[in-house]
Design a protein around this ligand. Sequence first.
Ligand code: NAD
Ligand code: ISE
Length: 338
Amino acid sequence: TGLRVGVIGTGMIGREHIRRLSTVQAGVSVVAVTDVDAALAARVAAGLGAVTHPDGLDLIASPRVDAVVVCSWGGTHEEYVLAAIAAGKPVFCEKPLATSPQAALRIVAAEARHGGRLVQVGYMRRYDAAYRALKKVLDSGVIGAPLMMHCAHRNAGVPGFYEPEYTITETAVHEIDMVRWMFGSEIVAVRVLRPRVSRHAGELPDPLLLVLELANDVLVDVEISVNVRYGYDIRGEILGEDGTVALGEPGLVAVRRDGRVASPVPGDWRDRFGAAYDVELREWAVSAAGGVPDGPGAWDGYAAAAVSDAAVRALRTGERVTVTLAERPRPGDERARA
Ligand code: NAD
Ligand code: ISE
């Protein structure tokens, strides 16, 4: 019957991932789901022919579940990822891995004690064709040594429960992970600048400008805007010593009419990153069925949490905040046994 997956959290991205695990990936079936909204979980399960569990820990313990996908709210991720590690089951956890660096480090330590990789974190940009093409050009050396990167992360709007700090912990965290991967260098300090607030911002600090300093002296600026209305717009351009490379336009077509050129802007993350999630989940399912995950892992989740935490402090204080990462345990490391 192939890989039997249990999904915790059947909200927006939970249902997206269930659909792709059930339809895009051969040899995978979603056999169990759970959600604190039991009626929602029951509806999703009925559509799949899956069973529901009263809670995430019960689902993880089920002998019918080989691997776990965590799509509940960020604050709940740590408990489920630790339980999956304790059960020795591969776990794909949506970002963020945890909501504090300390919690993420507990996961890093638990996985090191287990002695091999079980955790993958949902940083899907690493699977996006455009970001991969950008990295390929950078790594080829054709634009020379990188100096700076300019990024913009714009959401058309955000849900009502979106808190001010989510601009960092839920949204900018994607760029935080992406630049560590893109440049193979850690972020060592962060500043958050606050321009005039958008009239669409409500209670949110929107927009923001993050300045990320990397250990290799590359400087990255990230515009975060979460109420731009016109669509979901993700931009990135790297300045090198000999040239630049930028993400292309996301629309696949351009319509020329009445003296204008128009090309579509994605509506939300589902439109923009749909194909990236497909690759991400496919590669994860293959590794969960027998290989070792090579996607972003617990350590990447920890590093992102540490930078996020610094950025939240920078947002609150207006100061430049430095980031110091803990020592990385090796698998089976004695220090992780403490
Ligand atoms: P959502 O509110 O639509 O869905 C979350 C679901 O989890 C809800 O149905 C909620 O009832 C359920 N839930 C909460 N706590 C639970 C618990 N303890 N046990 C079981 N179910 C629980 O939110 P969403 O937009 O789907 O986001 C979910 C997670 O996915 C977040 O961590 C978010 O950051 C991440 N996410 C990632 C991306 C991406 O681009 N990679 C996009 C969207 C969301
Ligand atoms: C959401 O949780 C995501 O992960 C999206 O990719 C991001 O663009 C959005 O801002 C977040 O709220």
